[in-house]
Design a protein around this ligand. Structure first.
Ligand code: SF4
Length: 283
């Protein structure tokens, strides 16, 4: 027989067991929910662009500022006067040129002088000692003879433009070297393109050879030939700007003659210069 204590104990144990089970069930459910790993967010995969899309999406290189500025300057310069073009060329392009070794021995760069609107342009080979000292072409005795020829034709220096193939004096008045001509001749071409003379007169065989690009002809042969100076720029088709070219004796050569030889040489020069005037009148 029991005194009832046993049955009370049994009831208490049963109640405690029930509570534990409930707590366990609650914890299990609760903890499962709390500790369950958050499902990972799948990485967002963008569709691969098509070839055309990827090309168009590629950043385009920004145009170079210096290229833009040069193009703008070129188009602006087309409307400049010949005088402005020559001044720009002298100051900005030739400047204190050091493109060839003659810069080391020159006193002055001899750019050119005369009328920027001239119909006739005279071109010598290179400055001599007087020109180097003064920075002006055809001064000294040879220049004075050229002035007399012009007067005989009813002109003056103010009517023509005078320049040389080389802008600096070769030491000892030696012949220009091919590399010097190659580096300096773009300046002369730019001068001729700015002035657009109706005819060019080359003074002396070397200037004639350099301008006509005929190194196989004597001065006598060049005098009688129909020649042109090709003033096309490197960006143009060759021979797209041809200017009639007359080759005659250099005044220094005529000064070295005497007697009949001097008279004969002077007559030939005057005939050549009149032919140049005729060509200019026809142009
Ligand atoms: S000869 Fe012409 S290229 Fe040579 S340094 Fe003089 S200007 Fe420049």
């Amino acid at each position: 027989m029991t005194d009832g204590t046993d049955s009370l104990d049994g009831i208490a144990r049963a109640v405690a067991l029930h509570l534990r089970r409930q707590r366990l069930a609650y914890d299990t459910r609760y903890l499962r929910v709390r500790s369950a790993p958050t499902p990972a967010t799948p990485p967002q995969v963008r569709p691969a662009p098509t070839t055309a899309q990827s090309r168009s999406a590629r950043p385009k290189p920004a145009p170079s500022k210096s290229v833009d500025a040069k193009a703008a300057l070129r188009s602006q310069a087309e409307s400049w006067s010949a005088a402005t073009k020559l001044e720009y060329l002298r100051k900005k392009n030739v400047g204190d040129c050091r493109r060839c070794g003659l810069c080391q021995t020159r006193q002055n760069i001899v750019f050119g002088v005369g009328n920027p609107e001239a119909r006739i342009m005279f071109v010598g080979e290179a400055p001599g000692a007087d020109e180097d000292r003064k920075g002006e072409p055809f001064v000294g005795k040879a220049g004075q003879l050229l002035d007399r020829w012009l007067v005989e034709l009813g002109m003056s220096r103010a009517d023509v433009y005078i320049a040389n193939v080389l802008k600096c004096r070769p030491p000892g008045n030696r012949d220009p070297r091919p590399d010097e001509v190659e580096r300096c001749s773009p300046f002369l071409r730019a001068q001729i393109r700015a002035i657009r003379p109706a005819a060019v007169v080359a003074l002396g065989r070397h200037a004639g050879m350099l301008l006509s690009r005929r190194d196989d002809m004597s001065l006598r042969a060049m005098r009688g030939a129909r020649l042109d100076y090709d003033a096309s720029s490197p960006k143009e088709a060759p021979r797209s700007l041809l200017i009639p070219l007359v080759v005659t004796y250099h005044p220094a050569y005529v000064l070295r003659q005497s007697g009949e030889a001097e008279v004969g040489a002077t007559q030939m020069v005057m005939a050549d210069l009149r032919r140049a005037l005729d060509l200019a009148a026809e142009a």
